[in-house]
Design a protein around this ligand. Structure first.
Ligand code: PLP
Length: 405
């Protein structure tokens, strides 16, 4: 194992037994395990301070505000945004996309404008745009993928007509592990003047997301998929665009002044953060970012790529096993089916061996329809997995196949 990777005991969840076995966590695409420094940071906020932000002159209130805004600066550095005004704290990726969709629906997009997504998207990057289609007359286009699960760039290009105003796509497919050529796709979208939104939910814990280098207009991610708490995420937006966008949610904190006749909105980023935010979540997210910074992305990718390659090699030897998605570049995720074994049954039987995998449509039903399958078995790897986990999966799988033979 690479020496820069954290020791397993940093993740307390890995010390538990499931049905008498040490837990093997192969469901990091759903949510990552939390390292001790993140748990400590959240605990300390609640234990020591727990005050609200942006409103009190007492010491606990000022400390909470400093910690919350300090977390925003940590998030800015992580995404390499130009300014903290471009970092909006949300409840997660789904929340960030909904926030943007609601804001865009308030006069920024007109009937006849189009939004382009891909066939690989998570429901979180489909349904909010369907709402704009159904309630605001916005056209929703879907760029196809190949039988292997790669984006069809020629078709994507052909769909980029001048009325496309937003192009929204995932950096890394949560269902089959496709790494999308996002920089190229952003450049193609910008050539027709469209804005770009990167769904980085899966990518952030595996590859660097530098918003200036990518030159994307918006990017969303979730804290819990990068070793942080649930209920916190980031919406990055280019400052010039965020200035133009109307707020999506209104109430306390997002205002400068209110009378019954008129409200003046606050400056960025407060304009998009109405109400008491997830203070503990933001503090925990900053701890997660600092934790992630201790392992170079190069090492994470090398480790996860080796696990994907090993899993593919060993699983390929199992009779009746079929991979779903074999893209050119695949990261962290392997999806497959076994003849005569329903994925959900496999999931329960893996659990009997203490192995947590995900069985289902992975919130990507249109992608499952493309492959003409209702569900897959998915292994998703992170920096705490090791070769031995794959050996145990293969052993367990042989037992499962016997059950259904
Ligand atoms: N987008 C992708 C690619 C995902 O994998 C997920 C979650 O699995 C989401 C969006 C939604 O993330 P969340 O449930 O944290 O809002």
């Amino acid at each position: 194992m690479n020496t820069t990777l954290p020791a397993k005991h940093v993740f307390p969840a890995l010390q538990q037994k499931i049905k008498g076995h040490n837990l093997i966590w192969l469901d990091s695409a759903s949510t990552t395990l939390k390292p001790q420094p993140v748990i400590d940071a959240v605990y300390q906020y609640y234990a020591q301070c727990s005050a609200n932000v942006h409103r009190s002159v007492h010491t606990p209130g000022e400390e909470a505000t400093a910690a919350y805004e300090g977390s925003r600066e940590t998030a800015r550095q992580f995404l390499h945004a130009k300014s903290t005004t471009e970092i909006i704290f949300t409840a997660g990726t789904t929340d960030g996309i909904n926030l943007l969709a609601t804001s865009l629906s308030r006069g920024m997009l007109q009937a006849g404008d189009a939004i382009l997504i891909t066939q690989l998207e998570h429901h979180a990057n489909i349904v909010p745009w369907q709402m704009l289609r159904d309630h605001h007359g916005i056209e929703l286009r879907v760029a196809p993928i190949s039988d292997k699960g790669d984006i069809d760039l020629e078709a994507f290009q052909a769909m980029l007509t001048p009325n496309v105003k937003l192009v929204a796509f995932s950096a890394l497919s949560n269902a089959i592990g496709t790494v999308l050529p996002i920089k190229e796709m952003i450049q193609m979208a910008h050539r027709i003047g469209a804005w770009t939104l990167i769904d980085a939910a899966q990518a952030v814990a595996t590859m660097p997301m530098d918003v200036q280098e990518l030159d994307c207009d918006f990017l969303v991610c979730s804290g819990h998929k990068m070793f942080g708490p649930t209920g916190i995420g980031i919406l990055y937006g280019r400052e010039t665009l965020l200035e133009k966008l109307p707020p999506a949610r209104t109430g306390g904190d997002m205002i400068k002044s209110v009378t019954f006749e008129k409200t003046t909105f606050n400056d960025l980023p407060a304009k998009f953060e109405a109400g008491t935010p997830n203070i503990a979540g933001a503090i925990g997210l900053a701890a997660a970012i600092n934790f992630l910074a201790t392992v170079p992305f190069h090492d994470i990718q090398k480790h996860e790529s080796a696990l994907v390659a090993s899993a593919q090699e060993k699983l390929a030897e199992i009779p009746g096993l079929r991979f779903i998605g074999t893209p050119r570049q695949q990261m962290a995720i392997v999806s497959f089916l076994i003849d005569n074994v329903h994925p959900h049954d496999a999931g329960s039987l893996f659990d009997d061996d203490g192995i947590a995998i995900r069985a289902g449509h992975h919130c990507a039903q249109p992608l499952m329809q493309h492959f003409q399958v209702p569900a897959t078995i998915r292994l998703s790897f992170s920096l705490y997995n090791e070769e031995n986990d794959i050996i145990k999966v293969v052993d367990s799988m042989k037992r499962i196949i016997e059950v259904f033979a």
